[in-house]
Design a binder for this molecule. Structure first.
Ligand SMILES: C[S@@+](CC[C@H](N)C(=O)[O-])C[C@H]1O[C@@H](n2cnc3c(N)ncnc32)[C@H](O)[C@@H]1O
Length: 245
């Protein structure tokens, strides 16, 4: 079991990214009460099979906001983000089903509708103990008493697969509380590397184990950085300054 991550809370970090990058279009998978959807002030599309939004401010602070109450797989089977926005996605937060193959499909489908300078952010890929990584959200919960209810699932495996199969991506891992944020840029919307090898990648992902890698080695492998390195607009733009369109 590792100590808690030392960085700023993930929603604080997301708020800083919104403020610095000023996306024109925001896409979110996994919304629940809307705490992360509410951070976006631009045209937004959100997908969740069970929305729990009670605060209308989450929606009313944007020019447009489309909510799709369905799974992300069903959403992508029937919709094109580029049609909904009339543009590609600038910024995406993928925080839906916490199983690695679901997040891999969410990444593949989102990247297809991105542009090179889109940022896709993944949640929960830096677990601090193995019990929180179980694939069953009810049985796989954390052991430390103050972490009861924390469930990362095995989405760390999706990050592992992206590192193995997509070395062209730029990946920045941040120690955001409680279980990390992964910022992915240098996207290639026409890449078919993941979709063409999907069955093989899924098999390889499911065979990778954190016990073999070592939970502390995982943090070294993904080069976890302090959220303090990305606390100001200048710091964020120094790393992610690109023509956003
Ligand atoms: C951890 S919560 C999202 C929390 C929110 N992003 C935040 O930070 O406040 C995960 C959400 O994913 C949704 N979810 C579960 N399975 C999903 C799926 N297959 N597709 C899309 N969303 C899913 C759940 O209904 C739940 O609301």
């Amino acid at each position: 079991m590792l100590p808690d991550l030392a960085g700023d809370p993930y929603r604080t970090v997301l708020a800083r990214l919104h403020a610095a990058l000023k996306p024109k279009t925001y896409f979110e998978i996994g919304t629940l009460g809307g705490a992360t959807l509410g951070l976006a002030k631009c045209s937004s599309v959100a997908v969740d099979p069970r929305f729990g939004i009670k605060d209308t401010g989450v929606i009313l602070n944007k020019p447009t906001c489309l909510l799709f109450q369905q799974t992300s797989d069903d959403f992508f089977a029937a919709n094109k983000l580029t049609d909904l926005f009339g543009a590609n996605v600038d910024f995406a937060f993928l925080d839906g089903m916490h199983k690695c193959e679901f997040l891999l499909r969410d990444f593949i489908n989102t990247e297809r509708q991105s542009h090179k300078n889109t940022m896709i952010v993944l949640h929960d890929c830096i677990p601090t103990e193995i019990p929180m990584t179980g694939r069953d959200g009810i049985d796989g919960k954390a052991e430390a008493p103050h972490r009861r209810g924390w469930w990362t699932g095995d989405v760390w495996r999706t990050l592992w697969a992206l590192m193995q199969f997509r070395p062209d991506l730029s990946i920045t891992a941040l120690d955001a509380k409680p279980t990390g944020l992964i910022l992915i840029t240098n996207l290639h919307p026409t890449s078919t590397r993941l979709s063409n090898q999907y069955p093989e990648i899924e098999k390889a992902m499911l065979e990778a184990t954190l016990s073999d890698i070592g939970i502390e080695n995982w943090q070294a492998l993904i080069k976890v950085e302090s959220t303090g390195n990305y606390a100001s607009d200048d710091q964020i733009l120094a790393k992610f300054a690109f023509d956003r369109h």
